[in-house]
Design a protein. Sequence first.
Length: 230
Amino acid sequence: MRSRDDLAIKDRAAQEVATRVAQGCTGAAKRFISTIALLRQAELNSPEAVEIGLEYALGTDAEANTFSFVFKRAFVSDYLDLDLRSALQMARTLSSELKTDQDSVRKDFEQLLETCARSKKLDLPRPQCGTFAMRITKKGENWNGGVAKSFHAALDFLTSEKGPSLTTGDALKLAEDLIASGPGSVENFTQAYRYAVAEKGMNLDREQAIAFSRKLSEIKKPATSSEQKR
């Protein structure tokens, strides 16, 4: 802090900050330094950069890594090109507010963002891609191991000839609803739909089959006795 003129921190204040950083777990100093370096490079004011640096110094490596990854993707012009405040909000939401495995959060956000921003599959403006990726990632908070793979599976099935052949817009809405129903919902919907439209099954039309399959996809698996005890 003494060596960085851009932080403009007096010796006494620097000592206080250093003492607070030292209260963090192993790697706190590294997390603090890397976070404020990133934020000052983005021209965030010094006091706020230090406060956010302290926040992640007292957190975990996984949280700091997620913050850095999401902030870069949100802020740089090659990806979402969001304004500084929007990029900060997105990064802090995904790295601090979700009570789930941060590695899964980071991977989900990356995969969903790539699908949207790096391809023309969804045909959404880049800022909307960020909102989309964050929203789906948040819906996977209760999923073990991430949600992106199941979301992509739902989207592929819903737009395919073997599935309902929905438009991209309709498929996106339905895939998001399925994800919100929790783990297993996509598989339940897919199996139910195939049975519902089969001649030897229920032989329903598309709309009826979708309605039937959505009901089945929302059925939650009962907790086992060991899960109930926990």
